[in-house]
Write a protein that binds this ligand. Structure first.
Ligand code: ATP
Length: 514
């Protein structure tokens, strides 16, 4: 059995081989943590975006979408707090010359202790069998409670140090915990420094301080600065939401793990504006709605969990992540944040313009509170593709096949149309079938190689249906349909094809379940 790291490597190689994801500017040896989506990757990505966009804008008549520019007035980022506080604490190892995020080093260290606890629990569960009371064991076993105490005290000290911006203590914590560099194995660390994650560039031809602008590190601010525009022109009444899909840029210190942490990535964000005092209710509402959206894709409910934040961002009064079990463990895919009136309030201050809502029920003005849902398209993509990647032995033949069991509604190609041979009018018949279906479904025509090989290629890109057109098709208008996951085949009338596919790949149907 391959370990998770091997599987992750295989997934990355598979993404490249089958046109999902390429390293950016590969012919120049690539650009670190920047990726391009290929012919299949962009289809899958577009499907993810469509499912999100439609679930937001069509299922909620109080949510509308916009598309704001990437460049924004520099004052935006002062108001949002990004110029002052959008930093990560970094630390270098003097021997390996490798740079790390101090918070990540500490979190990984704590994860290792957590793993020790889990091992003890597993061992005890095996020893005690059915009588095992896990909760009791965790509380009373000395070794386990000792580990747990270590985790709790380290975490508390770390959170406090970050909150007080006490970088010397963050470093001391790394030393006290004897955390070593994974490459050099030494504890020869530099001091911890703050590093701002925003990319900057110059607007126009004059380069002075005033012309410095930033590539947006989140799409949210494009929504906040348009709050009044949308509210007034759309005659929106609170509570209402504005959503947006777009690129964001962060100069990440440690950019690894493929598309999990990129320097250029895409976000799908929704800001929901509510009456002050009702934000916790809406925060819980959106946590639940967003989790339902994820689970609706059928990738396995056990793959998801919430992680409530101990340390809150500068703008939030409550925050949770939706995490997915990726090959490297549970990781954040989406954040749900209660952002208070921080953003709109600060834009009021910095712009000198009144950004308020007149509540006709209360007969007064206020700055609305905001609940945000923010999901990374690329991380969502990674969860789908890594969950889909399956190596299996085909029953009967003993042959190995690699299949992407992508939720059919998201699959890049829905139907492969395969004439058995290149002659006798079969290609023409295949084209005729495809021409009927291509307006509703992304279809692919393939006539090269044996049917078996063509099936394998379609499995590898996750196509849920293949149909083979043979001589019988010309006589009775039936085709052989083959299902990706079960590999079962059956003969069906061509006319039934649309219905069968619609059942499985219809976004409309899935949206109805939400
Ligand atoms: P992390 O703690 O992993 O750096 P974050 O908490 O800074 O993430 P947010 O600012 O909450 O992330 O951004 C919202 C979403 O945007 C994240 O849940 C994630 O899906 C996505 N995202 C953030 N940074 C990146 C990145 N560098 N590459 C890809 N996706 C990202």
């Amino acid at each position: 059995m391959a370990n998770n790291e091997d599987i992750f490597k295989k997934i990355i190689a598979h993404c490249k081989e089958y046109g999902f994801i390429f390293q950016s500017s590969e012919i120049y040896d690539g650009l670190s943590a920047v990726y391009d989506y290929g012919q299949n990757g962009s289809e899958l990505k577009n499907n993810i975006k469509k499912y999100w966009w439609d679930s937001m804008t069509r299922l909620n008549d109080n949510i509308v979408g916009i598309d704001a520019a990437i460049f924004m007035h520099p004052r935006t980022w002062e108001a949002s707090g990004h110029v002052g506080a959008f930093n990560d604490p970094l630390i270098d190892n003097k021997d390996s010359k490798k740079r790390y995020r101090a918070d990540v080093l500490i979190e990984e260290h704590l994860e290792k202790i957590e793993a020790k606890i889990n091992k003890e629990v597993e061992k005890a569960a095996g020893r005690f069998g059915e009588k095992f009371d896990e909760k009791m064991f965790r509380q009373t076993n000395e070794r386990v409670s000792g580990y747990q105490q270590k985790i709790d005290t380290t975490k508390a000290r770390f959170v406090k140090a970050l909150e007080n911006n006490d970088l010397a203590d963050v470093k001391q914590l790394i030393i006290d915990e004897e955390i070593v560099c994974p490459i050099s194995g030494t504890k020869n660390w530099t001091d911890v420094r703050q590093f701002n994650l925003m990319f900057s560039t110059q607007l126009g031809s004059v380069s002075d301080e005033a012309s410095t602008i930033y590539l947006r590190p989140e799409t949210a601010q494009g929504i906040f600065v348009n709050f009044l525009n949308v509210q007034k022109t759309g005659r929106m009444k609170i509570p209402f939401g504005i959503c947006q899909i777009g690129k964001a840029f962060r100069n990440e210190i440690v950019a690894r793990q493929f598309i999990f942490r990129m320097r250029e990535f895409e976000q799908m964000e929704m800001q929901f504006f509510v009456k002050p005092g009702t934000e916790m209710e809406w925060y819980n509402h959106w946590k639940e709605v967003r989790m339902r959206w994820h689970k609706s894709l059928g990738m396995g409910d056990e793959k998801y969990r919430f992680h409530d934040h101990d340390k809150l961002a500068h703008y939030a009064n409550a925050a949770a992540d939706i995490e997915f079990n990726l090959p490297m463990g549970f990781r954040e895919i989406e954040g749900i944040h209660s952002r208070t009136d921080f953003d709109l309030g600060n834009h009021e201050k910095f712009s000198g313009k009144k950004i308020q809502y007149f509540d006709t029920e209360l007969n007064k003005n206020y700055v609305p509170y905001v609940v945000e849902t923010s999901i990374g398209v690329d991380r969502m993509f990674l969860s789908v593709i890594s969950n889909a990647y399956t190596e299996e032995i085909v029953e009967g033949t003993g042959e190995e096949r690699v299949v992407l069991k992508i939720p059919p509604v998201l699959a890049p190609v829905k139907l492969a149309v395969l004439p058995l041979t290149k002659k006798d009018g079969l290609p023409e018949k295949a084209r005729e079938i495809m021409d009927k279906l291509k307006f509703d479904f992304n279809c692919q025509y393939e006539e090269k190689d044996s049917i078996g090989k063509r099936y394998r290629r379609q499995d590898a890109i996750g196509t849920p249906f293949c149909v083979t057109i043979d001589h019988q098709t010309l006589e009775d208008n039936t085709v052989t349909i083959r299902y990706r996951d079960t590999m079962q085949q059956e003969r069906i009338p061509v006319d039934k094809l649309e219905f069968i596919m619609e059942e499985k790949v219809s976004m409309k149907k899935l949206l109805r379940t939400l």
